[in-house]
Design a protein around this ligand. Structure first.
Ligand SMILES: [Ca+2]
Length: 250
């Protein structure tokens, strides 16, 4: 992604003829058809995330026996995959974008957020809004992390992109990624992210630590939780009723 296409430009010349992507880029530049991508980290990250999920969806479409669903904007995960190609179970794939530090290039500028800690992650057997199924319904969780250096002078903004694929628990830290939101943070060292050297030695240790973490539970989350627990109880009672009606075998 090199910029945003600007349809009308004072220096437009038509037709444009190009025999390669580089040549087309040059011509679009020359005739002022490219506007820069946003510099603001969250906006830039969103554009990158969406385009990476788009790319994965195209590849999954071309894979026999692969099924996929794109997640909601603010939910978890960004993408779930399933189908015979993946053993029939559901797998969660989340895309994260992080900028290299301005002063220290060996770290991310801020901690990557792995999960929201006070909802689907804390109560993994309830089906939270914004998620496609319960956290525990996923056979595996995978993060695709895009690390980049911000280049304010270029229209693409992104330089030296590195892609890291890791399981979230392997790159987890014991720090939150935000002082105001209930987020679990990753380690900051890019080498540690690359090598999967987080602060936990087993998934069990990671889940124990973060599920016991005293995250704030807002009134809204509490209300939602009560509703989900009630719904689960109703389902259990319904199942009990069905079992009671089953004919007894002798
Ligand atoms: Ca994401």
């Amino acid at each position: 992604m090199l910029g945003i296409f600007r349809k009308t430009s004072p220096s437009a010349r038509w037709p444009i003829a190009a025999s390669s992507a580089d040549q087309l880029e040059g011509l679009l530049h020359e005739h002022d058809h490219l506007l820069p991508l946003p510099k603001e980290p969250a906006a830039l990250a969103n554009i990158l995330e969406v385009s990476i999920v788009d790319y994965l969806l195209t590849r999954l479409d071309a894979t026999e026996g692969a099924e996929h669903t794109r997640g909601t904007e603010r939910g978890y995960p960004d993408l779930e995959i399933s189908g015979p190609a993946f053993g029939g179970s559901y797998h969660a794939v989340d895309v994260k974008v992080a900028r290299r530090g301005d002063t220290n290039k060996s770290k991310t500028q801020s901690r990557i957020t792995l999960y929201t800690g006070n909802t689907y992650f804390k109560w993994p057997d309830l089906h939270w809004p914004g998620t496609m199924r319960t956290f525990n319904d996923y056979r595996s969780h995978l993060d695709i992390i895009i690390i980049y250096t911000l280049d304010s002078d270029s229209k693409a903004r992104v330089q030296d992109m590195e892609i890291i694929v890791q399981q979230p628990w392997k790159i987890a830290s014991k720090q939150r990624s935000s002082t105001t939101r209930e987020y679990l943070g990753a380690v900051e060292s890019i080498a540690a992210l690359r090598d999967g050297r987080g602060e936990f030695s087993t998934p069990a240790e990671f889940y124990r630590f973060w599920r016991a973490y005293p995250f704030k539970i807002s009134a809204q989350v509490q209300k939602q939780l009560a509703r989900l627990v009630q719904k689960q109880q109703q389902e259990i009672e319904q199942l009990r009723g069905q079992t009671a009606q089953l004919p007894l075998e002798d």
